[in-house]
Design a protein around this ligand. Sequence first.
Ligand SMILES: Cc1cc2nc3c(=O)[nH]c(=O)nc-3n(C[C@H](O)[C@H](O)[C@H](O)COP(=O)(O)O)c2cc1C
Length: 348
Amino acid sequence: MRPPSFRTRITELLGIRHPILAGGLGPKVSDARYVAAVVNAGGMGFIVAAGFPEPAEFRAQLEQCRDLTEGKPFGVNLYISRQEGGVDRVRRQIDILVEEGVACVETAGASPEPIVPLLKQAGIKVLHKVPAVRYAQSVAKLGVDGIIVVGNDCGGHPGIYGISSMVQAAHAAQVIDLPLVIGGGIGTGSQLAAVLAMGADAVIMGTRMMVTEELWIHPHTKEQVVRGDGTESVVVKKAIRDHHRVYRNASAEAALALDDAKVTDFEQYRPHVMGKLAHHAYVSGDTRNGMLDYGPAAVFADAIESAETIIDRVIDDALAATARVGALHLAARPVGSRIKNTATGDIA
Ligand SMILES: Cc1cc2nc3c(=O)[nH]c(=O)nc-3n(C[C@H](O)[C@H](O)[C@H](O)COP(=O)(O)O)c2cc1C
């Protein structure tokens, strides 16, 4: 594992070695084993609470993660549904994570306003994830500890505005004073360096982590991500304003056809978007059906590797990127020194 190289408000807030978060990866996918691997590699990971609706099962996951990390801080992803009963469901899970001493949560979905006081009282750090800077500005007033902004490149839910991560990152750093995490399309250290240069404090990765050895999903699914160059990523369900960036398979094609026909009746989408289809794909490795969250960062996932190797590679690349930029700085160049353009071979 690489030594700490970057100290930011996020590494300080969460007590982690590297400014790298691995976002929740869907019900039952990011479990204790995967999250512990990320945490032991120096990042922060989140067990997706929605994957473990039975209290005993959820508690067992938290206990397993605590054992595997030998007491290091780890996180839980809480999806707050906008449907009736959504907040109550999350409240029941909060009781358990407070008892089990979870360090931080990644909240997503509806506003975290009703649950922030509960979490803060228990000393749990709250990072709320939003797909647009305009939401981040209102969430910043709710007492959260940090904000995660994901751009249009993100696997999962990029929101309705379609603004790129590059624009959102720079804009968010200009207007958000809280510790800031940027995601959407990230899979290299040069992007981490760029995000830090813009004024943010960490990156969050999802798609890039789908090839992690410690994830239980079928190897065929991981191999498909390795083969992917990102062009298989497509946004569906636009017609019902529930934009979802997924792998282009038969279910995605069906949803795209409904979008093209401007169908707004959810019942027509339901057979293609049922969660059990995605779960089957992860278990069997047959990815023809199901909404499989997937972003263009798949292009950076070039091998099935441990969480530690992936994170170390990102850190090494970030250090190389900062050195590269440092060397370009005119003040850092000895008088009369030349720079070679590596693409053309020209000396300037
Ligand atoms: C397979 C997969 C499943 C995901 N499931 C969830 C989830 O359950 N909850 C959530 O908040 N975000 C979820 N996300 C989003 C990630 O946590 C993260 O915000 C996103 O992947 C970052 O963009 P990237 O995929 O370009 O790295 C998922 C992403 C992927 C790729």
